[in-house]
Write a new protein. Structure first.
Length: 272
């Protein structure tokens, strides 16, 4: 099923790409349909894994990659229904397909701890934090599109890219939507993580590198939201901060979880 999901993501990306070259709305709609089918296929795979394991498959690199792909697709579909920014679908299909393809190189991992100790809280912690990451990724793509569209307007270059991209107002509103919901889910994820830590390790905080960087990411997005509300960081500044924020998120996941010894590594990354 994973391989078929990868094919669906690939087809979605191809249709989105061709829709930009041909300016054909039907091709874009077809790309969206294939992305939805990939989302459903991936959801079926996660449900099947969850039934076999008895809990949310959110442990080990393979399952985390699949869950990330699923949540990114899900958040884009929500964003499309809210703002109709279907142009993001190409980037979402490409990145989700990349994560899905990468998952094929790893084996599924089981929960490494005692299955009656904190497994539900752990699964919720992973789900909410990765849903936040999906929202931050979408805000990252929107930030790039905003900078491109702003440059096109400044140099008065009204070419194909300018005509395909949404207006700056829509990009900014959708970016605000992504960061706000991402911050809410990150807050939930971190709060559950504190409770999980108490259940597993006997204390609320381990004070390791992962927890420190997670708090810094939370603080950064809190500052970004405050800047947007106070009108200090809007437009270009907000777009740049969205890009910087997701770059730090990627570093926290890849750099900290894989290359540093933390209490999260065993539970979330499994055996490499």
């Amino acid at each position: 099923m994973i391989f078929s999901t990868l094919i669906l993501f690939s087809l979605s990306f191809c249709f989105y790409a061709f829709s930009q070259l041909k300016a054909d709305l039907r091709l874009r709609k077809t790309g969206f349909v294939f992305l939805c089918l990939a989302f459903l296929s991936l959801g079926g795979e996660l449900i099947f894994q969850g039934i076999n394991l008895g809990y949310l498959p959110a442990f080990g690199i393979r399952n985390i990659l699949l869950l990330s792909s699923f949540l990114i697709s899900f958040f884009f579909i929500l964003l499309f229904l809210r703002f109709k920014v279907d142009l993001l679908g190409g980037a979402v299909a490409l990145f989700s397909g990349f994560l899905t393809g990468l998952a094929l190189f790893f084996d599924s991992s089981r929960y490494p701890g005692q299955e009656d100790l904190g497994i539900f809280m752990t699964a919720l912690h992973v789900f909410f934090t990765f849903f936040a990451n999906a929202a931050f990724f979408t805000a990252f793509v929107i930030g790039i599109f905003y900078l491109v569209q702003e440059k096109n307007i400044k140099v008065k270059k009204h070419g194909i890219i300018f005509k395909r991209l949404p207006s700056l107002e829509i990009l900014e509103s959708s970016g605000n939507f992504c960061i706000t919901w991402g911050f809410c889910f990150l807050t939930l994820g971190l709060g559950i993580g504190v409770i999980w830590s108490k259940q597993i390790f006997g204390r609320f905080l381990m004070i390791d590198a992962k927890e420190i960087w997670s708090f810094l990411i939370w603080l950064l997005y809190a500052v970004i939201i405050h800047g947007r509300i106070s009108s200090r960081w809007r437009g270009r500044k907000a777009a740049i901060m969205s890009i910087i924020g997701f770059a730090i998120v990627v570093f926290s996941f890849v750099g900290i979880n894989i290359f540093m010894d933390t209490s999260h590594g065993e539970y979330f990354m499994g055996e490499l």
